[in-house]
Design a protein around this ligand. Structure first.
Ligand code: HAM
Length: 416
């Protein structure tokens, strides 16, 4: 037997209904905020991600599905959407005639991580990006949209963590202080973090190593190094969230795992998830358009992990079992009559009824059993007798009553 690849998952009937529920919620909520859907390819040129997410991040260093295609070009199966979306916005010049470009997406992503609960190698995200405004209003709109969706799904127990990485100037000042501090603790740091000290010290704040965490807890916080512009921006974001009555917690060491962020960063966490407790995250990325060859364009966005959200929905029992109901099961008493039940089934389906028939040429009894299993509300029975008289027998499955009616009157009956 050939097994699926580690870290990938089949979505089977029974589970897919939860995905439909979630997809429907995403469509409804993004519409409420005026966001339009965008779909871009799974495969992108590798530089789309290496230039934007950062050469010294886990994603680019260790986790990307990158290979040379048959033409010798290095391509990557997208590990996230933001960089690919920015590539597409620049290429298609989508910002040219709108004040604010509002986009959302839903789809598969790929990261070669160690699989565990809530962590897959092929996972799914949906997200939204608000492009062209440098103002705190757009940070607030993105956070409100994400928050609205979480509430819409019926999730109440979660934490929104918020921080600011400030502008380039603030980060440069902070970097100096952070390197000073970490140099004093160099010998206690993990090997990985020691390597990062020279290359990308901010990433050390993301380390999961227990010993590193103790050092990080006492490290200077970026929030104390924000310059005036950055402080004002962050202050307005908080003010707008406060007036919209959004609850958040300032998390001074939240830096996120991607290098393109500036100013606001945030994450949504849930205790229903275990170790991988972040079910969404995002922030502002004002430098990304320029990095990818476009004209400087401010932007902010977020993405949520679909598998993690579904785990939360299951934990709180938010999605009840959704049955695909059957209105009518059409039965024939011998195989030769199948063409007649096919015509009847098609007629009812075109009137929007949910209709099933047997394909295994089974006995009348077996067909009745199947109708019961599918909880069909009615059975239509066709035998030689009915064909001769141009009638059909209608059986109400809940009362057991049955009646023979003229074939041309079938359209007058309501089956639902
Ligand atoms: P991210 O934090 O890397 O951000 O991913 C967002 C969410 O995707 C995570 O919070 C998590 O729920 C889910 N996720 C990530 N990796 C996995 C995995 N291996 N298995 C299952 N779920 C996973 C981004 O990707 C940014 N592009 C978000 C963003 C949008 N920033 C600005 N705009």
């Amino acid at each position: 037997m050939i097994q699926s690849i580690r870290g990938t998952k089949d979505l089977l009937p029974g589970e897919i209904e939860k995905w439909h529920f979630l997809e429907e919620a995403v469509r409804t909520v993004t519409q409420r905020y005026g966001y339009k859907e965008i779909r871009t390819p799974i495969l992108e040129r590798t530089e789309v991600f290496s230039r934007s997410i950062g050469e010294n991040t886990d994603i680019v260093n260790k986790e990307m599905y990158t290979f040379l295609d048959k033409g010798g070009e290095s391509v990557t199966m997208r590990p996230e959407k933001t960089a690919a979306l920015v590539r597409s916005v620049i290429q298609n010049n989508l910002t040219h005639d709108v004040a604010s470009l509002r986009l959302w997406y839903f789809g598969p992503f790929f990261r070669y991580e160690r699989p565990q609960k809530g962590r897959l190698r092929q996972f799914h995200q949906f997200g939204a990006e608000c492009i062209s405004s440098a103002n705190a209003e757009s940070d607030a709109e993105i956070i409100l949209l994400a928050n609205h969706l979480i509430k819409f799904l019926g999730i109440d127990d979660y934490e929104l963590q918020l921080n600011s990485l400030g502008n380039e100037n603030s980060r440069a000042n902070y970097r100096v202080e952070l390197i000073n501090y970490l140099n004093n603790h160099k010998d206690e740091l993990s090997e990985e973090s020691r390597k990062r000290l020279a290359l990308n010290p901010l990433r050390i704040l993301d380390s999961k190593d227990a010993n590193d965490r103790l050092i990080i807890e006492k490290a200077p916080a970026i929030i104390d190094f924000l310059d005036e512009e950055s402080t004002t921006h962050f202050g307005t974001v908080k003010e707008l969230l406060d007036s919209a009555e959004v609850t958040y917690k300032i998390e001074p060491r939240l830096v996120r795992g991607l290098d393109y962020y500036s100013h606001t960063v945030f994450e949504f966490r849930s205790s229903a998830l275990g170790a991988q407790d972040a079910f969404g995250g995002g922030g502002r990325y004002d430098g990304l358009f320029k990095q990818l060859g476009g004209k400087p364009t401010p932007a902010v966005g977020f993405a949520m992990g679909v598998e993690r959200l579904i785990l939360i929905l299951e934990a709180i029992n938010a999605v009840k079992d959704i049955h695909h109901e059957c209105d009518v099961y059409v039965i024939c008493t011998n195989d030769k009559l199948y063409k007649h039940i096919l015509t009847i089934a098609e007629e009812l389906r075109s009137k929007s009824y949910r209709v099933a028939t047997d394909l295994q040429r089974r006995s009348f009894k077996a067909q009745m059993r199947e109708a019961g299993k599918l909880s069909a509300k009615y059975c239509l029975i066709l035998g030689d007798d009915e064909i001769e008289k141009n009638t059909v027998t209608v059986k109400n499955m809940s009362t057991g009553e049955q009646a023979e009616i003229k074939r041309e009157l079938l359209h007058t009956i309501r089956f639902r």
